[in-house]
Design a protein around this ligand. Structure first.
Ligand code: UDP
Length: 248
């Protein structure tokens, strides 16, 4: 685990654990990652939620991928609930919002921050890329869908190595994106790598996020279930997570 205290007065995230997995507590994840970006400190960010934590218990390679990440943020309300029960009053940090804040920084600060979007069905990353560049024309984004053949994948890895993006957003779903980042992060050792799940779909307009009132009432998971009913089986672990949080 390589969370470092930085020189410029930004407090380093403090490590805590959720069922043997790390989670990092921080006032302002965006500022911390911005300083990592400025200092070329390669960083793998995992966005932890209850579903992923329960999956990792059954899946040691996923647990290992989370354990080697530099920053694990409390993406889901379940993780925040677990922390509150242990007197850690950390606010939730949705990965999609953290990634969007970094894109806004890249688009407004005038620094040269090449970006990569990888994941989603063909056309999705490209559409997300276009929408972000409509908002911030100075952004330089390379994008690829997430269903590449082996040879296309090798080609994409070569492009990453050549272009050295500073921010690489990988939306392949859990655990594929965590494995992919852990295996490939050496290609761009100075980049911030974040597994963003379905964020590219949302930025492309293919899916929508829960309305604010549902998010503010900790019901984003319910909206996902309404939008993608096939998730019900995966979500059966959530009451189990809540129970274990209470008694564990
Ligand atoms: N995906 C992909 N390649 C694959 C499998 C999935 O690019 O081989 C994409 C899929 O199109 C979707 C995203 O991964 O955009 C998964 O989103 P989801 O919201 O299901 O992620 P999770 O809930 O696992 O974070």
């Amino acid at each position: 685990m390589s969370v470092q205290q930085l020189q410029d007065g930004i407090e380093a995230p403090k490590q805590f654990s959720v069922f043997q997995l790390p989670v990092h507590l921080c006032e302002d994840y965006t500022s911390w990652l911005r300083s990592r970006l400025l200092q070329n400190c390669g960083t793998h960010v995992v966005t932890l939620n209850a579903e992923m934590a329960m999956q990792a218990e059954q899946n040691p390679p996923l647990a290992a991928a989370i354990a080697q990440a530099d920053l694990v943020i409390p993406d889901g309300v379940g993780v925040v609930f677990y922390l509150r029960l242990r007197q850690q009053f950390q606010r939730r940090c949705p990965g999609i919002e953290l990634a969007a804040s970094l894109l806004e920084i890249a688009g407004t600060e005038g620094e040269d921050y090449p970006i990569a979007f990888y994941g989603g069905a063909p056309g999705v990353a490209e559409q997300a890329d276009r929408r972000w560049r409509d908002r911030f024309p100075s952004l330089s984004i390379m994008s690829s869908h997430g269903y590449l053949s082996d040879s296309e994948q090798v080609n994409f890895q070569k492009q990453l190595q050549e272009k050295q993006p500073k921010l690489i957003l990988v939306g392949l779903g859990v655990p594929r994106q965590e494995y992919w980042i852990a295996e490939n992060r050496a290609l761009c050792p100075n980049a911030i790598w974040i597994g963003v799940g379905g964020s590219l779909d949302i930025w492309a307009g293919v899916k929508s996020r829960a309305p604010r009132w549902l998010r503010e009432n900790n019901l984003e998971w319910f909206y996902r279930l309404y939008q993608e009913p096939w998730r019900w089986r995966r979500m059966l672990v959530l009451p189990h997570f809540a129970w274990r949080s209470l008694v564990g």
